[in-house]
Structure formats: C-alpha cells, structure tokens
Write a protein that binds this ligand. Structure first.
Ligand code: AKB
Length: 319
C-alpha cells in the first residue's frame, strides 16, 4: 500500500498546521498538500502541492491516480459565517465536495479518511451545558446542516462500504501560525492580533457568549490521534465530541489583560451573534476520552500566554 497522505483544504487554518505536522512525522515528500487556492505559506515548499477543486471530479481523479494516497484528510469547507452569507455555495461546497471526495476514496481504494465535523451540528434545542455525544441535533445554520448531513454520511459509508472514517466535532480553534477564515469563533484569534497591534479590540459577539474552544496544537494532535488509533477503538463512526476549554469574550479579555494591562475591549455584535447563540457552551467528550484516550493540554491561561508569546515573536500579527 502507498504511504502517501493527501490533505485537501491544506491552506486553511487547520490544514496549514496539519501539513506541517504530517511532514515532520512522515517526511515532506509523503504529504501532498492540496487546495483550490495557491499556498502563501512556506511550509508547503518542502513537499508536493496540487491545486484541487473538490467540485471538479476530473481534477480529483487525476490527483488520486497520480499519488494513490492511503489516507485522505478532507478539510475543505465553507465555515459558519461565510456559509450564512452564501448559503447555496455553502451547501454545494460542503455537501457535493464531500460526496466527491468520499466517492473518490471508494473508487481509488483509499483505506482511511479524516473528515472534520463541528460544534455547529448542535442547535438551539440542544442541551447547551456539557452537551452529550448523542443528543438533539437541530442546527439552524447552513454550515451546521451540512456538517450534520456529513456526519450521517460518514457513518453510512463506514457501515455500507467499510470506509474507515474518522471524525471529530471541532470547537472554535485558536492558533498563531494560521488565520481562520469565515467562522463565528474567529474573534478568539483576531483579539490577540489586535491586542498586540492596537491594544484594543471591537468584538462581534457580546461579552457573555460562552463557546467551546481549543488551542490548535491540541486540535492537530486530536486529529492525528483519532486517525492513527486502531480501528477497533473507534466506536463512533459519525463524529466524536471533543472538548478543550470554554470561555466568553469578557473572560478572554481579562486573561489577555494579565499580560497587557492596558488592553480594552468593546462590543458590537453582528449577525454572528445569532449563530453563536445557537451553539453549546461546553461539551461532554467522555466518549473520546474512553474510546481513544483524548486529553487536552491547554487551558485558557496557557493558551493566552502561548498565543501572545508567539505572536509577539513572529511577524504574523495581523494589521
Ligand atoms: C466556525 O466558527 O464556523 C468554526 C466552527 C466552530 O466550526 N470555527
């Protein structure tokens, strides 16, 4: 079997850091980064990069035939805020893109696929505190609806075709090496850039909006750990709840003020408030802990210090 790994959506927030980690573990030449956009990051210059449009079946076939990947990470999707602004495109990219990649995995005999779900599968009727693994799933955003349908599709493809699907429900992800694009939780990355640049931040969510979040290093490790776990440990073939840390913008601002005492935050909620209000505040991830040993490493204080230290040292701070 080939030892090639294909990452689709490699230029996104998770993809950028996932590729870097996979290259370190498996060697750069074995990790094929792909995205519809050309990469800005130097990280891909070590290994192969292919332009790939998940809505173009010929393009997909050509890349699967060329590299014969044994594992595919399919990360390409429109996130919650962008999908609300462009619902038809959100549906098309997130659903047809997933169908195309899953079908290519069957056609070209890919054994294992990682597909990310999100806390967006939950909705206003879901119990919001320590949201259980199995619970009411009535999302009211197009992104959440596509993630829920995708989860059902994951389970179906595993049961019907034996495709070894691995999936987790990402919370909001916070890292300094890459920027998020189009999500409701993006404030929790932007706030660090603005705190360092301007000493102030205007938040598009209100101060009490508590959401589940995770430091990117934990998220990438969770992605690698679930994908590398023996198949018999993966009992849930839709998607696993995983939890890192929960906080609201006010609590995050207070934690930033420990390092930047003059930092100030103001609030000007926009359409993303409604999306955030439909999501849980905290997640029960006991199944991930029991089944494949999930354990987060970053609490709020460590996350804040790590973000500020690294952004201070790097040229990545946003203007
Ligand atoms: C978003 O805000 O849309 C994403 C997510 C929680 O899936 N970060």
């Amino acid at each position: 079997m080939s030892n090639k790994i294909l990452v689709i959506g490699a230029c996104g927030q998770v993809g950028t850091e996932l590729v870097e980690n996979l290259q370190r573990i498996h060697g750069p030449s074995n990790v094929i980064a792909s995205d519809i956009r050309k990469p800005l990051q130097e990280v891909f210059s070590n290994g192969p990069f292919e332009q790939l449009d998940v809505l173009n079946k010929e393009n997909i076939s050509a890349i699967f035939i060329k590299y014969k990947p044994s594992i595919v990470y399919h990360l390409a999707a429109l996130l919650s805020a962008t999908a609300e602004a462009k619902p038809k495109l959100g549906w098309k990219l997130n659903m047809d893109g997933t169908f195309n990649i899953f079908d290519a995995c069957l056609e070209y005999d890919v054994k294992k696929i990682f597909w990310p779900s999100s806390i967006a599968v939950f909705g206003p009727t879901t119990p919001p505190i320590l949201t259980p693994q199995s619970t009411i799933l009535e999302p009211n955003t197009v992104y959440g609806i596509t993630k829920l349908a995708g989860e059902r599709y994951c389970e179906y493809y595993n049961a019907r075709y034996g495709l070894d699907v691995r999936s987790i429900r990402y919370p909001g992800l916070i890292g300094w090496k890459s920027l998020p694009g189009g999500g409701t939780t993006d404030y929790a990355v932007d706030i660090f850039h603005q705190a360092l640049k301007r000493g102030s931040y205007e938040c598009f969510l209100n101060k009490n909006t508590t959401l589940p979040m995770m430091y990117m290093e934990d998220a990438v490790r969770a992605t690698l750990e679930i994908t590398d776990s023996p198949s018999d440990k993966i009992k849930i073939r839709s998607s696993y709840n995983i939890s890192g840390v929960s906080f609201n913008p006010d609590e995050l601002a207070e934690a930033i003020k420990v390092h930047i005492p003059k930092f100030s935050i103001t609030y000007n909620p926009d359409f993303r408030q409604k999306i955030a209000d439909s999501w849980p505040q905290s997640i029960d991830d006991s199944r991930a802990r029991t089944d494949w040993g999930w354990q987060e490493n970053f609490n709020k204080e460590r996350l804040v210090k790590t973000m500020l230290d690294n952004l201070t040292d790097s040229s990545l701070s946003r203007n």
